[in-house]
Design a protein around this ligand. Sequence first.
Ligand SMILES: *Cc1c(COP(=O)(O)O)cnc(C)c1O
Length: 443
Amino acid sequence: MSQSDPRRAIPRTDSVLAQAPFVDAARRLGRTTVRAAVAVAQERAREGEIAPDEVAATALATLPLRASSLTPVLNATGVVVHTNLGRAPLSSSAIEAVMDACGYVDVEMDLPSGRRSSRGVGAVEALTTAVPGAGGALAVNNGAAALVLATTALAAGREVVISRGEMVEIGDGFRLPDLIASTGARLREVGTTNRTHLRDYTDAIGRETGCVLKVHPSNFRIDGFVSGVGLEELRGLTRPDGTPVPVVADIGSGLLAPDPALPDEPDAATSLRHGANLVTASGDKLLGGPQAGLLLGDAELVEHLRRHPLARALRVDKLTLAALEATVRGGATPVSDSLHADADDLRERAERLAARLEREVVAVRGRVGGGGGPGVPLPGWAVEVPEAAVARLRDPRDGMPVVLARVDDGRGLLDLRCVPPEQDEDLETATRAALAEIGAPEP
Ligand SMILES: *Cc1c(COP(=O)(O)O)cnc(C)c1O
């Protein structure tokens, strides 16, 4: 290499790593990753592919923006509880609570006495306060885990009595009957797909009965010649020896109290009042909190579940407990805001956005999603864009917000229901860029 060889100008690794953006990137991504990116850029400079003074910028451009590969997405699909997008966005109070819980926290300690305490008492108290009929509460990993814990503790080696009309698949091929069978409980199916009567249950109950399970068939509806048995009728059933049969209600989406906007959606308080001994539900569907499974009901029954060895394997971490407690204690969540968004407000926002982008607005129907309220229409408004823009909007480009839009009948639609109003501008920026990239014709 001669004195005048441009390769002599290639910056040294240490001097690149000392630059502020690289110090920052190393904190986020680790020094090894950053060093490797610099080495690749230096090699390219040696090969003459880039100029020596482009090494730093080239290396930086190859580094991911975030330490996690999970990319924030603007949900313009109109589907409120979107399972592929992480279901419920956390409320600001839940986010604050999670931040506070990131370090050392008293999750299992009573600070005044310095003694060990029961884990997550705050979340339990919040839940039992919010659901008056619940003597006890327990949070586990998710709704499926809640169901597994309940059926294992109550019916492993025995029978779970369940209506054939409630043998549901919850998504991605997961079937509740398979889940229950995996616990070692036997399914005792009663009734038919469309009709089940009280005598079907009473005929099936015997010495082997562990519990009766009622499952809310959240993601579908059958109409016509149908009948089922309500919780009120199942209350007080006993085995031949006179012992009471616990009734477990899997309500699914996790409303703690009734929501008039969702008249067919069961809630925990009503289910307990109507005779369920235990309710299981998800934390990240209509409750609008973190992924969790909730178990609410008779104090003794919940204590029995808490002490079951499986409970230890299904327990949630401090971050979930923090977010769950804050969600239950707090007021509105992004899920409830989106669900109850006013159609006129949505129209106003859509028209403003459409005017700026020179597009049209369209009346649309949003969806509850997450297997909830399948028949509930959510009237709203969307901005129409060419279908080709939808893929561009989904593509993470530097610094540009990623947007998930929906496609309907060959049109791209930006439904504002689940976009926080303060992010309308981000949506506009991303859409403007996407439209420019595809060379969108004027509407
Ligand atoms: C969603 C759902 C579940 C599963 O809950 P996850 O939190 O997804 O594990 C179980 N039962 C019903 C009725 C549901 O709707």
